[in-house]
Design a protein around this ligand. Structure first.
Ligand SMILES: [Zn+2]
Length: 450
């Protein structure tokens, strides 16, 4: 049945994409040469001397200051860079591909087909903002990922987590009080049926639910180890899973060669996650000094975002607005601790339920410059994110190097009109400033003036 629904959703996507065709991928040339570009390689905050870059298939084959001759045996597309900046595609390692466009009410009342179609259009918009990779931290994104990978519609690479695993009443339990109590083995809620989240209240249940996500192709497992700003039944201060439950997920993920990431704001939720073997902490905005030191010492990744204003807070009830303010204040402390303890930090936005907010995805990188230099912010959103993504090991759906421009890396590239290391605001204006967008060696946009 699930298989049937999956292929139906993919077929719907194909039809709508063919019909509307908002963005056309070019046929991939056997080789592409970017001529006369200055390279920001994703690792160092500096530009190279004017260079040429040869792409063969989906990989960067050669980078040279001397001219690279076109391959006579095959078609070569030449892109005249005109001295502009070539940089790696951006990534967002805390994304919810299926949850960006619909409202929560739409999500729970629609069938998965409608939600997937909305997500398809959003996926194309995401790629057109220069985000060539996203790590999906919860939602039924497997069919969307498949359709993108099959070339049915343009979109970013997706590292899916599948359903978020939560405890009864935890962040991600979308049931109403009227749905309680659930009999043991009772029917699944709507959010669970859709694959958005799934409740587990013992190590055994956690194992089952984690394995179900891996069975569908999850590249990592996501659990909510503590409460959330907008969760009706678990305030921000609450610690949810027991250490044994978290460890059950870690054991399953480890057996599959991958890792567990937990939603955790507070010292208690973070510390318990680390004790259980969790490799990546999502958010972390309320961490204290002791916790920051622990994260650094253990080499744990922090995947977080700058919550800098109260965007969207107005619609929240007063107690949740309070929690939102706590997180905004925590953002400043957290990034200062990140710098003090040199915590391995990745960038993601966690944008939900708003097309308008999604259009500001690149602005979130600009917002990082309250704490970091433009170079540091861009390195985070490219090579650092790429390092984090590689933790999926054998479950990595896109083996190869991401977020860097170097020989042998995957060819996800942006040609920028201007130097983002000097003017970071260019990143927030992808329509006008990203002249070429390439993913996996395929050009999805080329507006270089002729
Ligand atoms: Zn999230």
């Amino acid at each position: 049945m699930l298989q049937k629904v999956t292929s139906l959703a993919a077929a719907c996507l194909a039809y709508v994409t063919a019909f509307l065709a908002p963005v056309q991928a070019q046929e991939r040339s056997a080789t592409t040469i970017f001529e006369n570009v200055r390279i920001f390689d994703g690792k160092t905050a500096a530009l190279s001397a004017p260079s040429n870059v040869l792409i063969r298939g989906h990989l960067i084959e050669r980078i040279a200051q001397d001219p690279i001759p076109a391959d006579r045996r095959s078609d070569t597309q030449i892109i005249a860079g005109g001295g502009r900046v070539l940089m790696p595609g951006l990534s967002d390692v805390h994304w919810h591909a299926m949850l960006v466009r619909p409202t929560p009410a739409q999500l729970l009342s629609s069938d998965i087909g409608y939600t997937t179609l909305l997500a398809g259009e959003e996926a194309t918009a995401t790629l057109m903002r220069g985000f060539t990779t996203v790590r999906d931290m919860g939602g039924p994104a497997f069919s969307l990922k498949r359709a993108i990978d099959e070339g049915i519609l343009p979109g970013p690479r997706i590292y899916p987590s599948g359903a978020v695993i939560t405890v009864t009443g935890g962040h991600g339990d979308f049931r109403e009080l009227a749905d309680l109590p659930r009999t043991l083995g009772g029917p699944l809620s709507r959010a669970e049926q859709l694959g958005g989240s799934i409740v587990a209240d013992s190590p055994d249940e956690v194992r089952k639910r984690a394995r179900e996500q891996l069975m569908q192709g999850a590249s990592q497992i996501k659990l909510t180890a503590g409460g959330g700003v907008a969760s009706p039944f678990s305030p921000l201060d609450v610690t949810t899973f027991t250490e044994a439950e978290l460890r059950a997920a870690v054991e399953v993920a480890t057996d599959w060669g991958t890792y567990v990431a937990t939603h955790a704001y507070t010292p208690s939720a973070i510390q318990r996650s680390i004790a259980a073997g969790v490799k990546v902490i999502e958010h972390g905005h309320l961490m204290d000094e002791t916790t920051a030191r622990l994260i650094a010492e253990k080499g744990i990744w922090l995947s977080t975002q700058p919550f800098t204003d109260l965007g969207g807070a107005a619609v929240l009830p007063p107690d949740q607005q309070q929690q939102m303010m706590q997180v905004v204040r925590g953002t400043d402390l957290m990034y200062n601790l990140v710098k003090k303890y040199k915590i391995k930090t990745a960038f993601g936005t966690d944008i939900l339920f708003s097309k308008a907010l999604a259009e500001r995805q690149g602005q979130a990188i600009v917002d990082l410059t309250r704490w970091f230099t433009p170079g540091e912010a861009l390195i985070m959103a490219t090579s650092k994110n790429g390092e984090l993504l590689s933790l999926s090991g054998p479950r990595n759906p896109y083996p190869g190097k991401l977020g860097v421009i170097e020989q042998g890396a995957l060819a996800d590239l942006l040609l920028v009109d201007g130097n983002p290391l000097e003017n970071i605001n260019l990143i927030a204006d992808p329509t006008n400033k990203f002249l070429v967008i390439m993913k996996d060696g395929v050009i999805y946009k080329n507006t270089i003036p002729r």
